[in-house]
Write a protein that binds this ligand. Structure first.
Ligand code: IPE
Ligand code: MG
Length: 224
């Protein structure tokens, strides 16, 4: 969800106004994905590296996040959405963590769509956490190194229950992965939009889905 800051600056606003506007796009995209039958949507809301931003911007982002979780509660429950999170959740301020964990727990049995928020998330950090977990299990004698295959490794990831990424959408004209779901994007299809996240809309989402529908996914095999 990139481009909040640049969008705000282009309008003569403070960067934080861009994040506020970006939260509205989140709403649009979550609703549209739910309507279209998407089963799993992961939003890269705050990266491990975003902690290096000015403290005022971090504070504003955390407040927006807590506000989002509180405001969207009814919508998430009424639309049968299961809320999950990946990342170093323990690094989040107490106010955010509490609201988040509460709604994650309340929505745990919802089956319409899984909405996963990547918070204090990094793809390399996720891989390291999985390696540490598997090493601990090896040391404890629960598994043997030769038992570790891609299936076991996938399950050890924070995103272990969500499977490989089908479609990765990146906004704001940037052409990089920025430490997002490194393992799970192995065969993801990419869609790049020049739109800044606050101006990304339903029509852009439709274009991304249409592009995806036309891709020939071969997974390294020979095509039809
Ligand atoms: C993305 O917008 C939102 C978050 C990282 C939370 P940016 O803040 O990265 O916006 P730009 O890249 O500065 O325009
Ligand atoms: Mg950015």
């Amino acid at each position: 969800m990139d481009g909040n800051g640049r969008w705000a600056q282009s309008q003569g606003f403070h960067r934080v106004a861009g994040h506020r506007q970006g939260a509205k796009t989140v709403d649009t995209v979550v609703t549209a994905c739910r309507e279209r039958g998407v089963q799993h949507l992961t939003l890269y809301a705050f990266s491990s590296q975003n902690w290096t931003r000015p403290s005022l911007e971090i504070k504003a982002l955390m407040e927006l996040l807590a506000e989002y979780v509180r405001r969207e509660r009814n919508k998430i429950m009424n639309n049968n959405i299961r809320l999950t999170a990946i990342g170093s959740i323990d690094q989040l301020p107490e106010s955010v963590r509490k609201a988040l964990l509460e709604l994650m727990d309340a929505s745990r049995n919802n089956t319409g769509m899984t909405l996963c928020l990547a918070l204090s998330y990094g793809g390399q950090e996720e891989i390291i956490a999985a390696v540490q977990k598997l090493c601990r299990e090896c040391v404890a004698g629960d598994i043997r190194p030769e038992n570790i295959d891609s299936e076991l490794f996938s399950k050890a990831l924070w995103s272990g229950d969500m499977g490989p990424v089908d479609l990765m959408i990146r906004t704001s004209g940037e052409l990089r992965l920025s430490n997002f779901l490194l393992w799970s994007c192995a065969y993801a299809e990419f869609f790049f939009s020049d739109k800044m996240w606050p101006e990304f809309d339903e029509n852009d989402l439709n274009m991304a889905f249409a592009a995806y529908a036309n891709r020939d996914r071969r997974y390294g095999a020979v095509g039809k």
